[in-house]
Design a binder for this molecule. Structure first.
Ligand code: B1M
Length: 814
């Protein structure tokens, strides 16, 4: 039996941690564990044997960190291919005659994927492909992608594995105590993405001990239709005598694992701190339990990187504004390549209450594939909403499907043979919920029966490609009533018939009014009629007040708004915006999402702040730059920094800490703040640099440099020459530069509690080697007291403070 069959048949016992066992046998800190596949293969093989003896039915090859960022991609003893081949070889030697399966272990690359400072998505795919191809050729039985923190990297790894071999792919991710991945992804969005990509099984590993993992498991089981695997650590890591230890005993571990087996987990094993004793105890504890059945959840799910939406629970609004047809500003932005500007239109629709954003870049004369990919990349950095990829160009569709970090709506496939042939393979490969248009080579049937027949044909053809009916919604096509007065009713009857057949539906509402006056009025009336007919998804303008009123009223009247709470909130906001503007020209802000509903749209603290502040918190780089330019016309540089940039980053930091925004948004905000700061810098003149030489550096391990750069700017402005060593700088580099340049003042910055020891160490070395040099320190994490306690001469709370210190050291002050 292969891993898929085994997991579907009953419990499968995985092994425990290889790294823990290697450390116990002398692997030293900093040594690459995978090199032992070549230098100490007998030990690696022996560890696998111990796990098999303990009852493991899967052994995980010692290849977790084997990737071309760590091992050379060419030839030589320790090249990547040799490391992987040897790792699989050890596992196969141990597994021979035991019936145990060998998993190629694929861990994270150690770089952020797809964001500034990391590696590109396609580069990550290529790194993973190499690992998987080598492991598959070496004889692995399946691919185990594990310890993934970031959903974009997870997608790159799974996609690469599916492209590089035919072996089953199993993927497990790391959730923190709040039940989200580091990228902010919740269990539903992880399940949606992984099942869309066709994994054989999915699950959780590492990070949490078994107690905390137990609370996340039900969320995965609620959504997953494939087997679920749990591989917790032996408790939470603790530092004891400088070593990391895990203190859940084999018996304690096994007790928790039994509960997870009873709850429905199928694959059971261990991660950091677990040993063959843990696995042996786990085998004993799961004896006699009957596995829970694995059930098809039959959900129609789409998702962004962080949230999933289940289609059919209540009607959802798809914002229609990112589409050049009939929208001059979008057309102009597309022609100018202003993708960030287009993404801002998405943020506005999110604010107005859209649940999903349609993205269409179909404009003659432009590179549609490139534009669609770029807009999607921008959008997914600034909004949590799932996207609808809207194109009839298969090449553009594929680029967009690769770039999108989630499960999109794919708009569209039709009953035309050419469309079915080109779109269905893409939907199968990348996942996504397909929008099927009821038109074929003969056009759009006027009657209900004709449209239903095409819908059935699309569903049947999709099934032949392995796409289940729950991954299809049908668009029975709203046609303009100006051309055919019976068009609206024919469409609505088709909606009702499809709903009766258990098929979800979608309509582009605005088409109905084409060519007529008062389009908003006609659209909103048609929208209400369609909702009443059972419509699942409506492509509309969420900024339209008429549309919002129709929607909110429908939810209230149809019992989909408990206690009318959303409607009452909506009414309050409507009253406010009417009072504010004297008219209700645009949509009032939407009601707060219902409890338990996924948090809605763009990131932001609400009104009352400057445009620069808003642009930074939303991570809009171009807008931040423009807003900074505007502010600098009437404010001096320090006012812009202290009054806008720093407070905005302060808000971002707080939200990050409260887990209301996640690393991608943090990165975007940092990018926007840096762009704004660039404008500030351009307005400030550097002085002559003759007052004295100062070294500035952010200490080792810390990549925060915005504050340090502000300090640099001000010091230069005051006439000092700054030698900027950058960020993540070792004490060796700082010392060498201080000695080489004969510098009298060194400034160190640190923003994290975890990098304060590096600051302390740097000060200690400087004190010893260059005792005459003065040291000032700064950074949000420091206090005057702490600065003194680690031996600094000066503490500067801000850039102005740093200048005062420089003036004192170089004898310019009073
Ligand atoms: Co990160 N980050 N971040 N981050 N980040 C903080 C610092 C954090 C407090 C957020 C939070 O959780 N609330 C938290 C640290 C928690 C802690 O240890 N106490 C944190 C974390 C956890 C992380 C990561 C680990 C996140 C992750 O990956 N899971 C990661 C760390 C990576 C690493 O360093 N190894 C990370 C990454 C990042 C980004 C890359 C996304 C980005 C940095 C981009 C960049 O700098 N190029 C970022 C940002 C932007 C922040 C926040 C939101 C803002 C920092 C900032 O620029 N503030 C921050 C939260 C916060 O501080 N509110 C946060 C504005 C800046 C002008 O202020 O640097 O204090 P500041 O500088 C001031 C003064 O302190 C002083 O003058 C400046 C001007 O007034 N000053 C000096 C500073 N240095 C000085 C030196 C001097 C004198 C004065 O003399 C030499």
């Amino acid at each position: 039996m292969n891993i898929t069959e085994k997991l579907n048949h009953g419990f499968v016992i995985f092994d425990g941690k290889m790294g823990t066992m290697l450390q116990a046998r002398g692997l030293s800190a900093g040594e690459l564990p995978e090199t032992w596949n070549i230098t100490r293969p007998e030990i690696v093989t022996e560890i696998h044997r111990e796990y098999i003896k303990a009852g493991a039915e899967v052994v995980t090859a010692n290849t977790f960190g084997a990737n071309r960022l760590k091992y050379c991609d060419g030839s030589g003893d320790f090249c990547l291919e040799n490391i992987i081949r040897a790792g699989i070889g050890c596992a196969k030697d141990a597994a021979r005659d035991s019936g145990a399966l060998v998993a190629l272990d694929v861990g994270p690359l150690g770089k952020v994927v797809g964001w500034l400072g990391g590696i590109g998505f396609e580069e990550a795919v290529s790194c993973f492909s190499k690992i998987v191809r080598t492991g598959a050729l070496a004889g692995a039985d399946f691919i185990l992608i594990e310890t993934m923190n970031d959903i974009y990297e997870l997608k790159a790894a799974v996609l690469a594995a599916k492209e590089a071999c035919d072996l089953p792919v199993v993927a497990t991710v790391v959730f923190d105590e709040s039940g989200r991945m580091m990228s902010g992804s919740d269990p539903a969005s992880v399940v949606a993405l992984l099942e869309g990509l066709g994994v054989a099984a999915l699950g959780i590993n590492c990070s949490l001990g078994p107690t905390k993992m137990k609370s996340i498991l039900p969320e995965l089981l609620k959504y997953a239709s494939v087997p679920v695997i749990v591989q917790p650590n032996a408790g939470m890591p603790q530092i004891c005598d400088g070593k990391t230890v895990y203190n859940v005993s084999p018996a304690g571990f096994a007790g928790h694992m039994r509960e997870m087996a009873e709850a429905g987990a199928r694959g059971l094993g261990g991660c950091c701190g677990t040993t063959p004793e843990h696995i042996k105890a786990l085998v004993g504890a799961t004896q006699g339990i009957t596995p829970q059945p694995i059930t098809e959840k039959n959900l129609t799910m789409i998702s962004s990187a962080t949230h999933a939406l289940v289609i059919g629970r209540r009607p959802l609004i798809i914002g229609e504004r990112i589409n050049p047809t009939g929208k001059k500003p979008i057309k102009e932005a597309l022609l100018a390549g202003d993708y960030a500007g287009i993404a801002e239109e998405g943020a506005l629709q999110a604010d107005a209450g859209a649940d999903i954003l349609d993205v269409n870049a179909g404009l003659p004369g432009i590179d549609e594939a490139g534009a669609l990919e770029a807009i999607i990349t921008e959008l997914q950095m600034i909004t949590k909403l799932p996207l609808q990829i809207d194109t009839s160009n298969p090449a553009a569709m594929e680029r967009a499907l690769r770039a999108y970090c989630g499960v999109p709506l794919i708009n569209s496939v039709s009953g035309k043979s050419e469309s079915l042939a080109s779109v269905l393979p893409l939907a199968k490969k990348y996942g996504g919920v397909l929008v099927g248009l009821t038109l074929d080579d003969d056009g759009i049937p006027a009657d209900v029966a004709g449209r239903l027949k095409i819908a059935e044909k699309i569903i049947a053809e999709a099934e032949k490609h392995g796409i289940s009916p729950n991954r299809i919604v049908i668009d029975p096509l709203a046609m303009s009533v100006s051309a055919d007065p019976s068009a609206a009713l024919a469409t609505l009857k088709t909606v009702a018939a499809l709903i009766d057949m258990g098929i979800h539906t979608l309509l582009g509402i605005s088409n109905v009014s084409y060519g007529l006056p008062m389009r908003d009025t006609l659209n909103s009336a048609f929208f209400t009629m369609a909702l009443y007919a059972g419509l699942s998804l409506a492509i509309v303008n969420p900024n339209s007040a008429e549309i919002q009123k129709a929607y909110r009223a429908y939810l209230a009247l149809s019992g989909k708004d408990e206690n009318f709470s959303e409607f009452i909130d909506f009414a309050k906001n409507a009253a406010k915006s009417e009072a504010g503007s004297g008219q209700a020209a645009s949509a009032p802000a939407p009601a707060a999402p219902a409890a338990g509903a996924p948090a809605g749209g763009a990131v932001g603290p609400g009104g009352g702040h400057s445009e620069l502040y808003q642009a930074i918190v939303r991570g809009m780089e171009a807008a931040a730059q423009d807003a900074a330019v505007e502010l600098l016309k009437t404010n001096d540089a320090l006012e812009v920094i202290n009054g806008h940039i720093i407070p905005a980053l302060g808000w971002v930091g707080e939200e990050f800490e409260k887990k209301r925004i996640f690393l991608p948004q943090l990165l975007m905000s940092a990018g926007a703040a840096t762009a704004a700061f660039g404008q500030v810098r351009a307005t400030m003149k550097a002085g002559c640099g003759t007052k004295g030489k100062i070294i500035l550096a952010t200490v080792k391990g810390d990549i925060h440099d915005i504050g340090k750069n502000i300090v640099k700017l001000l010091l230069e402005n005051y006439g000092y020459e700054v030698i900027d060593l950058g960020r993540d700088v070792s004490y060796e580099t700082i010392l060498k530069s201080t000695q080489d340049n004969n510098v009298r003042l060194v400034g160190l910055s640190a923003l994290m509690t975890t990098t304060l020891p590096a600051m302390k160490q740097t000060i200690k070395v400087l004190r010893r080697e260059v005792p005459d040099c003065r040291i000032m320190v700064g950074g949000a994490v420091l206090t005057e007291e702490y600065a003194k306690s680690i031996g600094a001469d000066y503490y500067a709370p801000d850039a102005t403070g740093a200048v005062k210190i420089a003036e004192e050291v170089f004898g310019q002050g009073k």
